[in-house]
Design a protein around this ligand. Structure first.
Ligand SMILES: Cc1ncc(COP(=O)(O)O)c(C=O)c1O
Length: 420
């Protein structure tokens, strides 16, 4: 390829992907789309700049306008998440977890978190941040369905760990990647006060529901810290944040924030910050309706898939209280084949381990699919479209019919029309 061809190659692939994905049912539970207004402030001169430190107290010159923006965005984020302080300098949810886990624990300390099949994220486990930071990781005991933390058994586990001469429990990590139901933040925070451990709530998936006042309010319920991505149910630019509760004193917050800068960041991708401000303003006006509609859509999709003959998880609990639906597709050929088959019909989901799964045996071909409705909700879809989506899943996976044309037609209804 000469330079001209190479340039065209890159430009064409970007356009082809955008065109394709805009005619897909995008149902990866960790994605969303941003508004044209947000996009218009995303690419700017801030893209080229540094602003180490805090607003109006930087190590470099040239930041006077950026300082005003970052201060404004932090104030808005504090109000939105009921937080004493919010740090927006994390460039992703994983980086936020590295910073937060290192704030609350030392190498050799014990933590309790959810396993991957029980919904936990890589960064809560041995192969991710928690393991890298040399924590001893204990899985949360769950009730038999696997989607709920067993509080009584957790109390026993905490007692056992704290009786050990070799380690101490410094923190627990709540929040999940496969995340259908609110978790017992209040009970476990009360336990934390008695047993002297801190509670980190990872809201990466559900931040948009939290911002809309739905699902649960982790900091109000007692969590010490909340980490998050800013681009899943929260339809902001890709990035991360850490929110600090008012249980922490000013000195602790100052000390903890050193793990953000200089700990895990230098330049914090400044161009994200005005875009995050726009997303916060959009949530202020539309967040409640969006969060409610997202949960209604997830329930409608789960019900629809159930009626179409799929084994939808957690039926006894009403399937879901979040943006996600989990489906056991063992009968349809398991997760890997089903996710590929759906992609041929322009339906984009991911294969996913389910709580009953042995991760070691099935990590590449788990029995489940995880389906998220947050992006379709952002595009204006309601319960009636969810019923149509359920029928398309049945045609693609049970009747083995390619439904790409139907999907392209359905996506013509998509519009991202929030204004602020
Ligand atoms: C619970 C949870 N935490 C953290 C992350 C990581 O977020 P990011 O992709 O922003 O690093 C994810 C990613 O999906 C997640 O599910």
């Amino acid at each position: 390829m000469d330079a001209e061809e190479a340039k065209k190659f890159i430009i064409d692939k970007v356009k082809q992907s955008a065109d394709w994905r805009s005619s897909c049912l995008n149902m990866i539970a960790s994605e969303n789309v941003t508004s044209p207004l947000l996009d218009s402030v995303y690419v700017s001169d801030f893209y080229h700049r540094y602003a180490e430190g805090d607003p109006f107290s930087r190590y470099y010159q040239g930041t006077k306008y950026f300082d005003e923006i970052e201060k404004f965005v932090k104030d808005l984020a504090r109000e939105t998440f009921n937080a004493k302080e919010v740090d927006v300098r994390l460039i992703s949810g994983t980086v936020a977890n590295i910073a937060a886990i290192s704030m609350l624990s030392k190498p050799g300390d014990s933590i309790i978190s959810s396993t991957i099949p029980n919904g936990g994220h890589l960064s809560h486990n041995m192969m991710g941040a928690a393991g890298l930071l040399q924590n001893r990781i204990n899985p949360f005991p769950t009730t038999e369905d696997g989607y709920h933390i067993d509080v009584d058994e957790t109390k026993k586990l905490v007692k056992n760990i704290n009786e050990s001469a070799f380690t101490r429990l410094s923190m627990i990590i709540l929040g999940c990647s496969l995340f259908l139901f609110p978790q017992p933040v209040k009970e476990l925070s009360e336990l934390g006060a008695q047993e002297d451990f801190k509670v980190l709530y990872d809201a990466a998936h559900v931040l948009g529901l939290v911002a809309g006042g739905e699902f649960q309010q982790p900091l109000k319920e007692g969590a010490d810290l909340m980490t998050s991505s800013t681009h899943k149910t929260f339809f902001g630019p890709q990035g991360g944040l850490i929110a600090f509760s008012d249980k922490l004193n000013d000195e602790e917050i100052v000390m903890f924030r050193k793990n953000v800068f200089p700990g895990v960041s230098s330049n914090h991708h400044l161009h994200r910050i005005p875009a995050l401000g726009i997303a916060l303003l959009e949530f202020k006006k539309h967040g409640k309706d969006y969060a409610k509609q997202t949960i209604r859509n997830a329930k409608a999709l789960a019900q629809g898939l159930n009626e179409q003959g799929f084994d939808v998880e957690a039926e006894d609990f009403g399937f879901t209280e979040s943006h996600q639906v989990a489906v056991d597709v063992t009968k349809q050929g398991r997760g890997k084949a089903c996710a590929k088959k759906l992609e041929e019909s322009n339906i984009i989901v991911n294969k996913n381990s389910l709580p009953k799964e042995n991760l070691n045996e099935n990590s590449d071909n788990p029995s489940g699919l995880r389906i998220g409705v947050q992006e379709l909700t952002r595009r204006g879809f309601k319960e009636s479209e969810m019923k149509e989506v359920a029928v398309l899943f049945k045609k693609a996976l049970i009747d083995k019919i390619n439904v790409k044309n139907d999907v392209v037609d359905l996506m013509k209804k998509s519009k991202i029309d929030f204004t602020i």
